[in-house]
Ligand binder design. Sequence first.
Ligand code: NDP
Length: 261
Amino acid sequence: MDLGLADRTVLVTGGSSGVGLATVRALLGEGANVATCGRDTARLAEAAARLDAGDRLLTAGCDVRDADAVHGFVQRAADRFGRIDGLVNNAGQSRMKRLEETTAEDWRDELELKFAGVLHPLRAARPHLRASDAASVVNVNAVLAKQPEPRLVTTSAARAGILNLSKSLAAELAADGVRVNSVCLGLIDTGQWTRRHAADGSGLTYPEWQARLAADRGIALGRLGRAEEAAYAIVTLLSPRASYITGTAIDVCGGVGRGIL
Ligand code: NDP
């Protein structure tokens, strides 16, 4: 099926690795123009070189917590491509800490990253999205939003807040013709997990470590997800074919979610 994304423009924050990079690749494969950002410009340049997308890809060094920098990134994309039809709020990371290890600064930093990561790009992109005939925003979230984990206490709480915010945004932006949805990830095999394996010192190989993790966390499919499996769900929600889907969340989690909502 043609997803109708050719020649449309999509912004993806955090496109230099993992789920963001897989989403950029999938969008380019659909013929879309893509603008992506991250803090480490060398890593962005490496990713761009591997994608070999020519004029259809714009990369920019930008921290999503910095409203002015985000505004500049969005403006560059609009100037280059002349339109913005989609926004994927993906940039971020989780904070592996239990309540007793968590400082006031951890709480502030985590809430700032999660909320700024949605609100700054949306505020900058909103006038452009309003002008599109098929605008879609996808917030990359986590199953943690609905199923908190004590070892990720700040991230779980912030994720729940973002899921709630996504619902408000869907209601408010509907009048502008902008759809807003979430993709709730379980455990996806990206740099986040290779870094944790490297720091863990268990002596297990990465595949052994992953298998133990999947069993530990009760993942029904018995494995971590692949970044492109998350990207397919994101791209589907960006597509004009999903024109009647807004205010919802799709879990991409291999069955780790225990709830029925
Ligand atoms: P990666 O660590 O592989 O990639 C994160 C991307 O975000 C990188 O491009 C990174 O680039 C960028 N980024 C991080 N912080 C900022 C910032 N402040 N401003 C701009 N860019 C930033 O992560 P994943 O692909 O695993 O995760 C993608 C999203 O999915 C994240 O929000 C994550 O929390 C969420 N998620 C992931 C899960 C998983 O199991 N992988 C599970 C649940 C949710 P740079 O560092 O150069 O800025």
